[in-house]
Ligand binder design. Structure first.
Ligand SMILES: Cc1ncc(COP(=O)(O)O)c(C=O)c1O
Length: 340
């Protein structure tokens, strides 16, 4: 039900934005004549407080892959709210275990363990820390133009000065190389490198698809130098590129895979890999705030372990079958995750 005096609510909301949230943002809304507030949504349609309909082309951004208020998601969340909205985290949780099992089934290769976090940035933070722990090394190689989130570690891995410059100095030990350049990667990865972190297809930087040989070569370089490969599938994961995970287009299995946001259904073709094309630029995908949605959309899973709905999560796996030279790294990784 919409309120009787929507204009008063709009004015009051913008005033409170100006006073308590962000004066610049309030100014921008007024300047752009966004003199309304969001009110309700269903499927791909959002309605504002006046009842005007908008087609939601950004989905969150990139979060509501099964649309707004999907009945199965609502039913799962409702069921959990009625039963136990917040976990006390003192006992094992069935929903968390079931979801981790499901993620182990859908992730490539022998990725197995899941660490649940609250956002894509936090999943990447966890991945970087795990790589340090597992390898005993402190350096990372990442790509120019990359986006991995806005917390300090994830921002240090990101390759965009716009986001980084105001917050220098960031976490030391990150080296950036041009995305898609195998020789540069080969020169940058050393025996001090804990991990290489990459988006399989760069999202925020403009949907940039690397040459077909790139990811397999990076996998091989990491294995040869005993470094871990972290693939950030926050933007590309969960069927967004036509495979469950983008790395599957190239048959590459990372040591650590991070994901967040929701499962995609309909817009997977817009960034589907185009054979024979090495780079494709379309539009930048803006980085959103910590998302809400996520893996409950996978099935009718009960609400997640933290706040009703799992927001983001990283999947961490040791890869004993594909260990090659990184067997000891994989073994250590395994030990970290499976303490005796
Ligand atoms: C590739 C990638 N990694 C990480 C993130 C950060 O995710 P979050 O906004 O949930 O922290 C984003 C956000 O857009 C992203 O596109």
């Amino acid at each position: 039900m919409r309120p009787e005096h929507p204009e008063q609510i709009v004015q009051a909301t913008l005033d409170k934005y100006a006073r308590y949230i962000n004066a610049g943002l309030a100014k921008l809304y007024r300047f752009a004549d966004v003199m309304t507030t969001e009110w309700e949504a269903s499927g791909a349609v959002i309605r504002d407080i006046y009842g005007k309909e908008y087609l939601d082309c950004s989905g969150g951004p990139a979060v509501f892959n099964v649309g707004h208020r999907h009945p199965r998601v609502i039913a799962a969340v409702q069921e959990q709210l009625d039963r136990m909205p917040m976990s006390v985290r003192a006992m094992p949780r069935q929903g968390e275990a079931d979801l981790a099992e499901l993620l182990a089934q859908v992730t490539p290769g022998d990725l197995q363990y899941t660490f649940f976090a609250n956002s894509g940035a936090e999943a990447n933070e966890g991945a970087l820390k795990l790589a340090r722990l597992a390898t005993g090394r402190t350096e990372f190689v990442a790509a120019e133009g990359a986006f991995h989130g806005k917390t300090m570690g994830a921002l240090s891995a990101s390759g965009r000065d716009t986001y980084k410059t105001p917050f220098q100095p960031l976490v030391p030990g990150f080296h950036h190389v041009p995305f898609g350049d195998i020789d540069a990667m080969d020169r940058a990865v050393t025996t001090h490198t804990a991990a290489v972190i990459l988006e399989p297809i760069q999202g925020e930087n403009g949907v940039i698809i690397p040459p077909d040989t790139y990811l397999p070569a990076v996998r091989e370089i990491c294995t040869r130098r005993g470094a871990l490969l972290i693939l950030d599938e926050v933007q590309t994961g969960l069927a967004r590129t036509g495979r469950m995970f983008a790395c599957e287009h190239w048959g590459v299995v990372p040591d650590i895979l991070t994901m967040a946001k929701g499962r995609d259904r309909d817009d997977s073709s817009h960034s589907r890999r185009a054979p024979g094309r090495t780079r494709r630029r379309t539009r930048g995908i803006p980085a959103g705030p910590p998302d809400r949605g996520g893996p409950t959309a996978l099935r009718d899973y009960p609400a997640g372990p933290r706040q009703g709905v799992v927001a983001g999560h990283g999947v961490y796996g040791s890869r004993p079958r594909a260990a090659h030279n990184s067997r000891s790294v994989a073994a250590r990784c395994h030990r970290v995750l499976q303490p005796q």
